[in-house]
Design a protein around this ligand. Structure first.
Ligand code: PLP
Length: 428
């Protein structure tokens, strides 16, 4: 059973006081806090098993190498990939998208070929394609969305031409919380013989993900958003694609043999891991995935859906409140307290409609003012365009206030957040 109080005890930073108030950390979409288990796993490795990996014959190097490969297996299991060869460690989601954009365009795309992204992408899934547009003359096409923040699937289907070579979309919007129908997006792309990259930065921390069930060709996420360390992330790629694509960066680890005449490349996944990998980061990431797996991704999805539903209910009662993103009728039923029954109900809603992200504005209060004044009450939210400027243009706004929830947030914290908004609103 989900026990939020015992989870909170694993996160020392949650004891922080901010301006005399207990910290209410609602900026999990930007990064999550780290449990002791993650920090201790990394400290232990530095204290007992630190050595560069893969090229050493000595004891410490062998131990560190085994730990890295064990971490890769933990990732494989977590997203249900078929093989560890399909798990590439990257610095994060951003590097993973850049890797695919660069290698895929080099090998598979000519000037005039097209990539399809969506209106609600993070800059990390726009700019890498635009760089390729400048370098190679590829064309970036965009799936439109409704005013409620739902992708228009009819329009999506019509974007395909014989020049469409890849689709790249977010699983969950970091601004709207929309859970995109990625299985359907992939299915449609495959009927056109087109592969799909899914940006899982905002989904992997919050719901079970099965890359084989989705039939994703590429899927990526960041460690730091799933209670792991910064500087490490994952690119999953189907073996057939990773085998086919050229390396992204050159250096140590990714080679077979090197001479000045000719270099051959290492087998998967090392072909895409140039240089010393962040092996301690990988240990921390594996500890984080073990941590959330022990709680259960279904339980996490259900609990966070209840929190989100409760927050939406409370927020909707504030005069002048404008919430961005899908709000379904099913989200208006009151959740008085957490129970597994409610959560079973909510998990369905969550998978259909929204993740644990709420972007909002109140009246004409500027998002920066709202964020700054909430901070004075100990409440940490993010303000601005959330690295999604094209989405802001579509919504006709400059920015929003964004609250995003994680496994350690409580219903009491939502109450504090809502009364904080009311207090700030009353000052204007
Ligand atoms: N994609 C989405 C949907 C995100 O929310 C983020 C970060 O907020 C990113 C990509 C980029 O992640 P990172 O900065 O960890 O590479």
């Amino acid at each position: 059973m989900f026990n939020v109080q015992s989870i909170r005890e694993d996160f020392p930073i949650l004891q922080t006081q901010v301006y005399g108030h207990p910290l209410v950390y609602l900026d999990n979409g930007a990064t999550t806090q780290k449990p002791r288990q993650v920090v201790e796993a990394m400290v232990n490795q530095y204290y007992t098993a630190n050595s560069n990996v893969h090229r050493g014959v000595h004891h410490l190097s062998t131990v560190a190498t085994d730990m890295l490969e064990q971490s890769r297996e933990t990732v494989r299991k977590f997203i249900h990939a078929a093989s560890v060869d399909e798990i590439v460690f990257t610095r994060g989601t951003t590097e993973a998208v850049n890797l695919v954009a660069s290698s895929f365009c080099q090998q598979e795309m000519q000037a005039g070929d097209e990539v399809i992204v969506s209106t609600m992408e993070h800059h990390s899934n726009i700019v890498p394609w635009q760089l390729q547009a400048e370098r190679k003359g590829i064309v970036v096409k965009v799936i439109p969305m409704t005013d409620e923040g739902v992708l228009q699937m009819d329009a999506y289907e019509q974007l395909f031409t014989e020049k469409t070579k890849i689709v790249s979309v977010a699983h969950v919007s970091n601004v709207l919380g929309t859970v995109n129908p990625v299985a359907e997006i992939i299915r449609i792309a495959h009927t056109h013989g087109v592969p799909v990259l899914i940006d899982g930065a905002q989904s992997v921390p919050h719901m079970p993900v099965d890359v084989q069930a989705l039939d994703a060709d590429f899927y990526c996420f960041s460690g730091h958003k799933v209670y792991g360390p910064t500087g490490i992330g994952v690119l999953y790629g189907k073996r057939e694609w990773l085998d086919r694509l050229p390396p992204y960066q050159g250096g140590g680890e990714m080679i077979g043999t090197v001479s000045f005449e000719k270099t051959t490349f290492n087998h998967l996944p090392y072909k895409f891991e140039a240089g010393t990998p962040d092996y301690v980061g990988a240990t921390g990431l594996a500890a984080a995935l073990d941590y959330v797996s022990a709680i259960g991704m279904d339980n996490i999805a259900a609990y966070e859906a209840s929190l989100t539903q409760y927050a939406l209910e409370q927020m909707a009662q504030i005069p002048g409140m404008r919430i961005f993103g899908p709000i379904s009728a099913s989200l208006t039923s009151q959740v008085d307290e957490y129970s597994s029954d409610n959560c079973q109900l909510s998990i369905v809603n969550c998978q259909l409609h929204r993740g644990s992200v709420i972007s909002f504005l109140v009246g004409d209060i500027h998002h920066l003012d709202m964020g700054t004044l909430l901070d004075r009450l100990g409440i940490a939210v993010r303000t601005g365009h959330h690295c999604a400027e094209p989405l802001m243009h579509r919504l006709g706004i400059e920015g929003t206030v964004r609250a995003s929830f994680g496994i350690y947030n409580t219903f009491e914290e939502i109450d504090a957040f809502v009364s904080g908004i009311k207090r700030v609103a009353s000052m204007f």
